[in-house]
Each structure stands twice: as C-alpha cells, then as structure tokens.
Design a protein around this ligand. Structure first.
Ligand code: PEP
Length: 251
C-alpha cells in the first residue's frame, strides 16, 4: 500500500555541538511541529548521543521524532565507549541509524555487526534506519545489486518478525559530494529493494529512502520521480531554511 506522506531523516553527524543542538530545538521545534502536523510527514532528527536526552525532552508532545546515529551490537558488557540500545530506548530514542557508510568506512563496521545492531534495536522497540550503499567502483562495474544484497541478507535474517523497517539507499560516492546517480537509477534500485523486502519480509511495512547529496533543488524530483518514501539528509539538514523547505514537501 502506497504511503501518503514522506519520511525525512536529518543525520547531523558530529556537526552540531551540544549547545547548538539545544539552540536548534529551542528555536525551531514549534515550526517543525507545525510542518509535521500540516503535511503529515514524519520528521526524525538524529543528533549525537550526548544531545539525545535534551532533544527528546525538547520535542516531547510534538510529532518530531529523535533518532540516534549508532548503537552497540552487544546488549551490555566490557565495551568501553559504546552505547547500548537499552539506554537509547530508556532515554526515549525512537529511531537509530545503523550501518552508515562512514561507520563502515572509518570504524570497520561489517554487515554482521550491522545486523547485530539491528537485533539489539528490535529487542527494545527502536526502529532501525538501515543504510545500504555501493562504492563508486561497484557502481561503475555494475555490481550495485550484489553489493546491496551482501548488506541486506544478514539484516533480513534478524528482521524476519519485524512489523516495520526503514531502509536508506545511500550510494557511498554520493554522500557529501554533490554528485548523485540519476533519478532512473534511484527509482530502479529502490523498487528492487522494495520487491526484495516484500519477498523476504512479508510481515513488515518497509519504507525505502534515498540519501546522498539531497538538496533543495533535487529533493522534489528524487521523491516524486524515483517514488521513494522520503530522504535521509546530511549536509542540507544543517541549514534550517533549506531543511524546512524540503520537509514541507507534500506527497
Ligand atoms: C548522509 O550522511 O547520510 C548523507 C546523506 O549526507 P549528505 O546529505 O551530506 O550527502
């Protein structure tokens, strides 16, 4: 069944310090709430771990949701510096990005680790926003589907009983570069992901997003012409005017 509204995710990465995050919610929550109400769109803001608690408090009673950017694949234990899904849930975090290409690239996250994180999140009722994407080389060599399949299969195994799932298709080479695949490519891949999910996860309502250099000028085309359920934004989510214009788009 086609969704009637869009889902938008702002991934702030490590770009918004604690005081700026507080400032953002203080200044903009009311306006974002108004947009969420008038459009019916789902807005998810993902600040860094240390700002989560304040962010959750700031949006309480609104339709703005808060997500984390990562979590541990372990339930608890001697994992210095890691953050467990149980704590995220206790803090009121509703979503969590997992498998972002920066985590895979810089912190050695494997597909199995990502699947472990998804399992931890599912256990505590947090919706994982699962990022998948291919490198430029894989894209050029026509290896996109096999690369994505390698990332998806371990995730499908832990999602068998899931009621809902969010998958973000993010070509690694499109993240933060201003360089995007064409809309036909995005449409083809996201449709293929949707079909795979229908076969592998027949019980889940799956939303498929696109991410990678989304801007004010391309968001509308990507969402309409590629028929995606929404977008995951990095850079553009840091500019409130631009972010606001994108999340105001109606399906
Ligand atoms: C991202 O980091 O997931 C992302 C989509 O970044 P950007 O929008 O800056 O390309």
């Amino acid at each position: 069944v086609a969704q009637k509204t869009y889902l938008f995710v702002a991934n702030w990465k490590m770009n918004v310090p604690f005081d700026a995050a507080q400032f953002f919610f203080g200044l903009h929550s009311a306006q974002l709430q108004q947009i969420a109400c008038s459009t019916g769109n789902t807005l998810i803001v993902c600040p860094s771990f240390v700002s989560l608690s304040e962010a959750v408090a700031a949006v309480r009673g609104t339709q703005i949701h808060i997500g984390a950017q990562n979590c541990s694949e372990h339930v608890s234990g001697a994992y210095t510096g890691e953050v467990d899904a149980v704590s995220l849930a206790q803090m009121g975090t509703e979503y969590c990005i997992v498998g972002h290409s920066e985590r895979r690239q810089y912190y050695g996250e494997t597909n199995e680790m990502v699947a472990g994180k998804v399992a931890q999140l599912m256990a505590v009722g947090i919706t994982p926003i699962m990022c998948i994407g291919q490198t430029r080389e894989q894209y050029k060599n026509n290896e996109t589907k096999s690369a994505l399949m390698n990332q998806l299969m371990p995730i499908f195994c832990v999602l068998r009983t899931a009621q809902s799932a969010v998958i973000a298709y993010e070509p690694v080479w499109a993240i933060g570069t201003g360089e995007l695949p064409d809309v036909q490519h995005i449409a083809g891949i996201t449709e293929w992901v949707r079909e795979l999910c229908a076969a592998e996860l027949p019980h889940a309502k799956v939303q498929v997003l696109y991410g990678g250099s989304v801007s004010e000028s391309n968001a509308q085309d990507i969402m309409k012409d590629a028929r995606v359920d929404g977008v995951l934004m990095g850079g553009v989510s840091l500019d409130f005017q631009k972010f606001k214009n994108i999340v105001s788009l109606k399906r």
